[in-house]
Structures are given as C-alpha cells and as structure tokens.
Design a protein around this ligand. Sequence first.
Ligand SMILES: Nc1nc2c(c(=O)[nH]1)N=C([C@H](O)[C@H](O)COP(=O)(O)OP(=O)(O)OP(=O)(O)O)CN2
Ligand SMILES: [Zn+2]
Length: 151
Amino acid sequence: MSQIRLTKKFSFETGHALYGHDGKCRNLHGHSYKLSVTVIGTPIDDSTNPKYGMVIDFSDLKKIVKEEIVDVFDHATVFNGNSPHDELANELIKRGHHVLLVDYQPTSEMMVIDFANKIQKHLPNHIKLHSLKLYETATSYAEWFASDNPS
Ligand SMILES: Nc1nc2c(c(=O)[nH]1)N=C([C@H](O)[C@H](O)COP(=O)(O)OP(=O)(O)OP(=O)(O)O)CN2
Ligand SMILES: [Zn+2]
C-alpha cells in the first residue's frame, strides 16, 4: 500500500517577546500564527474499520493538535522562563492573564520543535509525523522535518 502524506492547517493568535533580541522583537507583540501539520502513513485497508481508506481521520488529527497546541497557545502570551521575563510573566499570571512560561526562547524555530515533540507523543504508532510548517508572519516561517531529525 502506498505511503500518503496528510496535512491539516491550524491558526492561533499568540503574543510573545524575545528577551535579549537586538531588534524590535524584544518588545511584547503578537502574531496570527499558521501551523500546517503533515503526517505520513498507509490508508487503512480493512473495509470493516470505520476509518477505512484513511491514514488518520482529519478530525482525530485536529483533536490532538487542538488540545496540545491551539487551545494552549491561542490568546496566550509566551515568555522565556529562563530569562528575566519570568518576573513579568508571574505578575501577569497572578493577575489572571493567560501566560505561558516556556523553557526556550519563543522564536518560530523553537516553537516548532516544541510542537513536534507534543504532537509526536499523541500519534498512534503506525502514523508518523512527517513535517510541521509554522508561519509567524505572512513572509516568515520555520519548518520541522522528521527526516532532518532522526530519533
Ligand atoms: N530566525 C528568526 N528570526 C526572527 C524571529 C524568529 O522567530 N526567528 N522572530 C522575529 C519576530 O518575532 C517577528 O516575527 C518579526 O519577524 P519579521 O519577519 O522580521 O517581521 P516583519 O513584520 O518585519 O516582516 P516583513 O514581512 O519583512 O515586514 C524576528 N526575527
Ligand atoms: Zn514575533
């Protein structure tokens, strides 16, 4: 049976600041992130299986990505918890804001690595994460490919 790549697209609005950056991105600002998630596998060959002909039901892929990424990052502000921004973040959390303290600099590169790890943990064994593409702006994106990152 052929290997097929399947892609679903997501979007979410997230704020961030790059502590120590030597340009405008050190300031608190936000993006309308666009994330494309591509998995690879063979379509189910059992006509009695309700998922017959599918690599993965798009709605099952959506559930994983929504729970792990979209619902967590949407309308949140992401700060590098390993930087002095942790003080500001903790003050915002105390005041009831949706803040994420991550253990990395929240660039598109580092976010796409985090997302790959989160998605991989929830995929069934027979389906592999092929790649992720994360648009931070209309003209800037980071990509993660499984083939570039053998485990
Ligand atoms: N390698 C990276 N460089 C930058 C990142 C990043 O995540 N990885 N992030 C930023 C800023 O957060 C922000 O995304 C600005 O990006 P930029 O493409 O410079 O945005 P512009 O609005 O200037 O885009 P134009 O389309 O060129 O106007 C900075 N760098
Ligand atoms: Zn930015």
